[in-house]
Design a protein around this ligand. Sequence first.
Ligand code: BGC
Length: 697
Amino acid sequence: MKNYKEIIAKMSFEEKAVLLTGGAALSTCGNERLSIPEITMSDGPHGVRRLIGHPTCPQECNIDRGDVCYPTASAVGATWNISIAYEMGAAVARDCLEEGINMLLAPAVNMKRTPHCGRNFEYYSEDPVLSGMLAAEFINGVQESGVGTSLKHYAANNQEIDRGTVNVEIDERTLREYYLKVFEIVLKNSNPTSVMCAYNKLNGIWCSENKYLLNDILKEEWGYGGLVVSDWGAVHDIGKALASGLDLSMPRNKLIVEELKHCIELNTVSMEDIDRAVEAMLKFTDRIKALPINSEKYSRRKQHDIAYKAAAEAITLLKNDDNILPITSKKYKKIAVIGKAAQYPSFMGGGSSCVSVDKEAVDIPIDYIRKCAGDEIEVTYCPGFAYEDGFFNMQGNDGGVERAVSGVKEAAANADIVLVFVTDNYGGEAETEEIDRQNLMFPNYVNYSIALAQKHCENVVVIMQTGSAIIPYQWHDKVKGIVQMWYAGEACGKVIADVLFGKVNPSGKLSETFILKERMDLDYPGDGVKVCYNENNNVAYHYYDLHSDEIWYPFGHGLSYTTFEYSDIKIDKNKFVNENVSATVSFTLKNTGPLCGKEIVQMYIKACDSIIARPVKELKKFSKTELLPGEEKKITFSITNDDLVYYNVCLRKWHIENGRYKIMIGASSLDIRLSTDVEVYNDCDYSKDLISGAMVL
Ligand code: BGC
């Protein structure tokens, strides 16, 4: 094993200091004398983002070919398929190798506290178990070929407004059980080369210099041995940051030598802290293998196919009244496709994750709809209303509005079925970094297009291209079909056509609750200085479990063209007295419909006898299973202590309460099909004493 201490002993102060900051915008500093290589990085979660022409862009990179754009993380969340996450990670790693990138600045796993967050499309889901398992497999997939990852943004960066200044106040239990839980799960199931700390403050201290977060929890309690890197520009005081557990401050800080000398004089950082960070950097650069560019084996086509495969599992069928879908020539002879989003789809969001995709690589929905329709079905396309050049053309006086209205009316009136393509990405980037979504509804002209189509044709399907939850308008209970397409990446057009025509049986389920109205009790976006998470753990579906009238479609919901039956639940042991919990729940899943399909099953647990406030239920396990018509399979889930605990702030550790726990198997968070229970009794149950304050630690 390499003797890092020996190398560090040979380094000058200046050499150590510059190693702890970037060499450029997206690379670290190398050191020729000591043979320390430069590490090149790239965003982001759904494809490599090369800054072509920028000095950080590796010279070897092939600028004739655009980047591959995979579905964004919220769509990957809707696949509920950890193998897909792995495969996508492995594919993005191949893109990295092809472009000379050593480390991908992904995945991003912040929880979706509010649908307003501009980066929700970059985050997998509103649940720590779902996000954590997917992110871990993505990391395992990327790192398999030696490319590094950066798990971000640690922690509580749940809004973009004021992200660089806001102080997020969260109580310890909520922090542990929700906002940190996802990072803990990722780190239990993978070993990312780096963790990126967030911009914001947490409970009064910048995340980049938050010893409790970086040192005490991440490094000591969770035993994380990789590199802790700052978000870009998130370091305010390099001395305090290094003393608190940060290792690398990004991007380049030209004054780091002077700043660190000053910090030593002020005693905010010690030479031991600096040496510790230098050692972390040396280990990190050694860990990321410098693999050669691999053009010969690289197939752009195969990468696109993986983007297709991931999107095909993400598309979520929300509503399918009267089996309006799939489209067949028996059912329909004339289709009207309405909406510019059918020709110019929104398939990713904005900000640092935005890739420079090849225009030719993007599959256009209307083209593929025409291909699927063939000669037997007539397809009419009408762009309808559109937001152009910053001005919605309804405001124009060139007759555009009248043309659009009569176009939609005519197309709908002459069709057997109308497909209305809508996006929230009107006029640019509705979902992006640094700004939050101000409006959670589609613009009026979009709602109007749907209403108009619905007035002239009884068979209307709305296809939504959004990166995260959207609030519907009055049309939602009048149309027969609703498909959530997400930001589905460059293969979006072929995928959606294949789903609409039944070549792909939809199998995505919502990775976040779709709501009818915005909850008004959240402190959001705060007062400009701080935001208090007073709702505690009462977030996401935990909140909507108590307010089901506010749900449009629940967390975990998604339909298929086939049907599934759940039966015969069993648990191999249902009482645990003074022993660790170790049970297996099993049940039978059967495809009772006419087509092969995939079903996502979810296991939730409720603490029935709890004497403290706990969520109605929490997701603990999930799986996705493919079944042929008539086929059945036994599905099993394990239950251990980890699935029953809550974070006890007096004990400052995870704790199991005595009592009964209900185990629920569901097709969504609101559609529980089977249940059983398990009881736990430990002689030493501190919870009552601790709650009543009788026990002082
Ligand atoms: C974003 C990070 C990103 C970094 C580098 C920051 O603004 O928050 O997610 O990795 O820029 O582009």
